[in-house]
Write a protein that binds this ligand. Structure first.
Ligand SMILES: [Fe+2]
Length: 386
């Protein structure tokens, strides 16, 4: 089997990396920038810092801060309108996965004909977008280095997953100093999302020789740093470790794949607006337990990498230790159960659970899982996580 590996052509990592934005915009010959972000980034002053850095180099910047969590097709179209009206020639995406995903699709739509829905799925984007610089402010989604974007389709109530090499940012500025003020619950949710990226990349049917070591490095970094980052928000070493882990997790899953956790998680986000990392986290232990028989050795390696088992343990007991370890990790990170997250009664949840299961299957991600479930088994797994 051949494997393809795509990441942005420039990735700058380390303290102060975000200050490179003006130099990179100049290198890309930008004359006018549109900054895509959310209202929090504008209020907390981080957007202003980026605009200030660009202004110092004489680059005029407009801002569109209307991206919501779980960005919608409407957010993207509004951002695109700003891009066209301001006659911008470069997009900067600043924030967590939502602003970065919106920025990626805006950059694409600036050079491609509408409608957006025709770009959903795999390899459906014909033209490269305009130059795009992304600056993550959470250590989690890995969107800064991936060729993937997820946009909610407000008409159909589904999340459109787009994967295409044309979605890759031109430049990623990975600066852990921007994550120092992340609140503890967000640190936990996006941190577990990072772990899910690496685990799914490593056990996926699409795993390969390039992504394997990156995934294992990410898993080790999360094991070493996530709980400390959650408990001690000002701990620079753990923030740096998680930022690097997020970047590696993104490189791993985008060039292997995500699997069943992400497949089941997207419908929860689309229907109940549970943040992406949280909906992954609540499903993760149950889905891992279900999937272990399909890739026992790999899950055992993950357990040993996380320190939940040793070389002395059999693969079977390492697998059991992994499920227990992930349940305990959720507990330590104060992650509630699925029922608490969706905030409806089980009877209400059950009215739509079969559609959720078929939407999840239709996304394609569960097909890469070590064990491929049917609709009934997915419904059972939702109930297990309840
Ligand atoms: Fe994710």
């Amino acid at each position: 089997m051949v494997a393809q590996f795509n990441i942005p052509s420039t990735v700058i990592v380390g303290a102060g990396a975000s200050k490179e934005v003006a130099a990179q915009a100049k290198r890309l010959k930008a004359s006018r920038v549109l900054l895509i972000t959310d209202s929090y980034m504008e209020q907390c002053g981080m957007a202003g810092q980026i605009i200030g850095s660009l202004a110092k180099e004489g680059i005029a910047t407009s801002i569109f801060s209307g991206v919501q969590p779980d960005p919608t097709d409407r957010n993207v179209l509004e951002g695109l309108r700003h891009f066209q009206e301001t006659k911008a020639d470069l997009v900067v995406g600043l924030g967590g996965g939502s602003p970065m995903d919106a920025a990626k699709v805006i950059a694409i739509l600036a050079n491609n004909e509408l409608p957006m829905s025709q770009y959903a799925g795999y390899h459906n984007i014909h033209q490269p977008g305009v130059p795009l610089i992304v600056i993550p402010t959470t250590a989690g989604t890995g969107s800064e280095v991936t060729k993937v974007a997820v946009i909610s389709d407000t008409e159909r109530d589904v999340k459109m997953m787009m994967l295409d090499v044309n979605l890759l940012p031109t430049v990623a500025l990975v600066d852990y100093e921007l994550t120092m003020t992340m609140p503890a619950p967000l640190t936990a949710h996006v941190g577990v999302d990072t772990l899910v990226h690496a685990v799914e990349a490593y056990v996926s049917k699409k795993t390969n020789a390039i992504t394997d070591p990156i995934a294992l490095s990410c898993i080790r970094l999360v094991a070493e740093n996530l709980y400390t980052a959650f408990k001690e928000p000002h701990n620079k070493k753990s923030r740096e470790g998680m930022m690097l882990a997020a970047c590696q997790g993104g490189m791993a899953f985008a060039n292997s794949s995500v699997c069943l956790v992400h497949g089941m998680s997207r419908p929860i986000g689309a229907l109940y607006h549970v943040p992406h990392g949280l909906s992954n986290a609540v499903l993760f232990p149950a889905v891992t337990e279900y999937s272990i028989p399909g890739a026992l050795e790999r899950y055992a390696t993950i357990a040993r990498t996380m320190g939940y088992a040793s070389e002395m343990d059999s693969n079977e007991s390492a697998g059991l230790a992994l499920v227990k370890g992930l349940q305990e990790l959720n507990g330590k990170l104060e992650i509630p159960s699925l029922g608490v997250c969706v905030k409806v009664d089980l009877s209400v949840f059950d009215e739509r659970v079969e559609k959720m299961a078929s939407d999840g299957l239709a996304s394609g991600s569960p097909g890469n899982n070590p064990v491929v479930p049917d609709v009934e088994q997915i419904v059972e797994l939702y109930h297990k996580a309840w």
